[in-house]
Design a protein around this ligand. Sequence first.
Ligand code: SF4
Length: 325
Amino acid sequence: MAGNEKEVLMKADHVKVYFKGKNKKSGTVKAVDDVSFEILKGETFGVVGESGCGKSTLGRTLIRLLDATEGSIYFHGQDISSLKGNDLKEMRKKAQIIFQDPSACLNPRRNLKQILMEPFEIHNLKGKVDVEARIHELLTLVGLDDYHLSRYPHELSGGQKQRVGIARALALEPEIIICDEAVSALDVSVQAQVLNLLQELKEKLGLTYFFISHNLNVVYQVSDRVGVMYLGNMVEIASYDKLYEKRYHPYTEALLSAIPQVDQNAQGERIRLEGEVPNPSNPPSGCRFHTRCPKACDRCMAERPVLKEIAEGHFVACHLYDRED
Ligand code: SF4
């Protein structure tokens, strides 16, 4: 991306992630379909879109929990798409994930100490680092105490469990963390605490986040730049400020119109999208949004728009803004 002075930490280059359907009738699900973008070191890149738009699949593919069907992923300029064995294991130390439902990823039969030991066991680091001291440090970082170490997941609140999930993600000193709907399962008051914690940790540890949420309000609170996804495609990318000031894609406009404004005079008319998100195994031709777009024309049905920079640092995939280069 032109004009960015910050280092590019991660880059997705024409990434596609397809899944074969269970039977012939269900076809191939194109969960992520030709997505390219960069994540800058130290930023929070927020990704928003309706359920099923491919944002979680994309996040998992970035850190190789899923393999891309086509395209490449670069981390510090190195293509990590085909890393295997020890090289892949080393890369994974630097790229971690926090899941939506902490209960589902914490082993109910292990206490907190055992859970926080896991990353060190998986990477054969016991004996090489002072694990006890590191666990104490992790607990302090996420606002838990040593007495929590003997507790089991069912003895913790939702917010505490998510703090454990964050501590585990931090164990191996990662550079980037995929936050996959990391606060969606929490009560609103706890959400705010966890978001504040993530922000503090980012500043203290120099982290980079890829922050996935269906909730644009939450993405707006934490992101430096925002990517909007629709049905496997990235349709708009811009900084928080630019997107707030002017959004170009009709889908982003509709998403933003649903956010309540503090200043009632600034509240525009809510744009209600007709219809459901189409099935990703049988996506619409041309622009995938054309079946719900209030501004669609004939060209939109036939030709897929490409993500282009239409203002400095502002990328949009929509024929309304096509221009001769
Ligand atoms: Fe709407 Fe056409 Fe733009 Fe797609 S390309 S968002 S259908 S105007």
